[in-house]
Design a binder for this molecule. Structure first.
Ligand code: G3P
Ligand code: MG
Length: 249
């Protein structure tokens, strides 16, 4: 009889590059997605938000100030304003001229790279309509992501509920920095099958209860594999990391 050894790391298909391989390339750019693919990663996480004209863009913040050499709030910008913005040199001169991608461009490139995508829907103060945000994301995915596996994640319960109404087959992941006491009820209300939790808030109790309920748990944003070693054998499903290569050895 062979007794399986406890897992000491994630399955290859359960390593997600956070904002792309953002340790080695500017976050949420095609360069970061390409770097993830080059590391052998199968999934990227990206953040999506809307400009004033409804264009879906891949960016974490509500402004372009931190991740470009220009300044501006997403809520004041339209698609034409993205032209010529340098989203790379803030990270390294080697990436000067890297675009701030639209969601449309990102999905197309991810498809070409053979990468699956965890789309994190950001809910910013300048967004005037949750329906516009979620319907835009959904229509991009439906039209462009034909050969791409998809996870939808958000810190916003209502965004996940809206995505479920648009397509009940989406894998929905509730994002939490800390686990609320009523986490199971919240998941049921969406309904969602997955938790994406700050790795610092992981516990064996959660993993046991989640496993009992058929809920998948992934940890973000961990760049130190040894910190997660105790949790793989306890049922942790996956990791979201800036540096996938650390988990893909
Ligand atoms: O998907 C996990 C992670 O992206 C959540 O936090 O702020 O990096 O988008 P943040
Ligand atoms: Mg994110």
């Amino acid at each position: 009889m062979t007794i399986p050894l406890p897992r000491t790391g994630p399955a290859r298909n359960e390593v997600q590059a956070h904002r792309g391989a953002s340790a080695v390339a500017p976050e949420n750019t095609i360069a970061a997605f390409r770097a993830a693919a080059e590391q052998g990663c199968k999934w990227v996480e990206l953040d999506v938000a809307l400009l004033k004209d409804g264009t879906a863009v891949v960016i974490h913040d509500a402004s372009i100030d931190r991740c470009s050499s220009s300044r501006g709030k997403l809520g004041d910008m339209v698609a034409a304003d993205l032209a010529g913005i340098d989203g790379g040199s803030w990270f390294s001169e080697a990436f000067r001229g890297e675009a701030l991608p639209t969601l449309a461009l990102a999905i197309d490139r991810l498809g070409e790279l053979g990468l699956n995508v965890n789309v994190e829907i950001k809910q910013h103060a300048h967004h005037t309509s949750l329906a516009q945000l979620t319907e835009t994301v959904h229509s991009h995915l439906r039209q462009r992501a034909r050969h791409t596996e998809i996870i939808i994640s958000s810190f916003d319960v209502e965004a996940l509920k809206a995505m479920h109404r648009l397509d009940p087959s989406y894998e929905l992941a509730m994002l939490w920095s800390e686990l609320p006491g009523d986490w199971a009820e919240i998941l049921t209300s969406i309904p969602a099958t997955t938790i994406h939790l700050n790795y610092k808030a992981l516990s064996f109790g959660l993993l046991e209860e989640a496993s009992h309920r058929g809920i998948k748990v992934r940890a973000w944003t961990c760049n130190a594999p040894h910190l997660l070693v105790p949790f793989w054998g306890a049922g942790l499903a996956g990791v979201i990391t800036d540096n996938p290569s650390l988990f893909l050895t």
